[in-house]
Write a protein that binds this ligand. Structure first.
Ligand SMILES: [Fe+2]
Ligand SMILES: [Fe+2]
Length: 279
């Protein structure tokens, strides 16, 4: 089974790029997962933009710390099983933290947890994952979105699920890391990266963060405009285990609607399971 996981879609340039990428390559995959926590102007996801990402071909959409930034998202979460928020929000939080989809006759569970370092103090993500695995049948492929700020917490979450999850993929920092590996059948990347304008401060124009960092006062942040890059990973699964993970960075050219890099613009590295060992 081939799975595509697209990192945090940021504002209109990110939406245009993910739509173009899924239009060109979505058919190469059996399951398409998109983190869209920043799709609506950089903050959260309205129903309109959720519908747009779904219509583009996403099977499951994940959120993060921006889950409730838009007023209609809580109600949307109650109505669909194709949108999830972190599993470790307190009991009673609207929506699902895990969802199961049928892909070519196989049930695949997609779940998200949020880290607690430099983030909102949610419940323990490690225990939330243990409870999730305890609730699932043996042999179920599980793809995890780890919405985390620090590399150490993400790595340790990966270690925690090694041999149990098919993949644990970091989101939230908006910068793709180069440490893809497969250990004990679990594909891992510390951060998938952002689907948005690279010439920016993680999606917004430099002016606002530059002024904020230099003056220690709040300043208005404005989403950057222009060509966006799709940051994603492609996974190969054999049953509930991953056999490979490939990083993707694909530069969207709005003028042509396609990739702006030589060839089809897809870049990445493939790490095969036989070359990787449990950490
Ligand atoms: Fe994000
Ligand atoms: Fe985030």
């Amino acid at each position: 089974m081939r799975v595509l996981f697209v990192g945090d879609v940021f504002a209109t340039p990110g939406l245009k790029a993910v739509r173009a990428y899924l239009g060109a390559y979505g058919g190469d995959y059996d399951l398409r997962i998109v983190n869209a926590e920043n799709a609506t102007g950089g903050r959260g996801l309205t129903e309109k933009h959720f519908d747009l990402v779904r219509a583009a071909g996403a099977d499951v959409v994940t959120l993060g710390n921006h889950t409730f930034d838009q007023a209609d998202t809580a109600e949307l979460l109650e109505r669909t099983t194709h949108l999830i928020r972190p599993l470790n929000y307190p009991p009673g939080t609207p929506g699902l933290g895990a969802t199961t989809v049928e892909v070519a006759g196989t049930h695949v569970t997609v779940a998200q947890v949020m880290g607690r370092l430099f983030m909102d103090p949610l419940d323990d993500p490690f225990r939330a994952l243990d409870d999730l695995f305890a609730s699932l049948p043996e042999g179920r492929p599980v793809i995890l979105d780890a919405h985390t700020e620090t590399t150490a917490e993400t790595k340790v979450l990966g270690h925690h699920v090694a041999g149990r999850a098919a993949a644990l993929l970091g989101t939230h920092t908006h910068v793709q890391t180069a440490d893809e590996q497969v250990f004990d059948g679990t594909a891992y990347l510390t951060d998938v990266g952002m689907t948005g304008v690279e010439a920016s401060s993680i999606g917004v124009t430099f002016e606002g963060p530059y002024a904020a960092f230099r003056t220690q006062r709040r300043h208005r942040f404005t989403p950057a405009e222009g060509a966006a890059t799709v940051c994603a990973v492609a996974l190969e699964l054999d049953g509930a285990r991953a056999t490979s993970i490939e990083r993707i960075r694909w530069r969207h050219d709005p003028a042509t609607g396609g990739g702006a890099e030589p060839g089809d613009g897809r870049t990445g590295h493939v790490v095969r399971a036989e070359g990787a060992r449990a950490v």
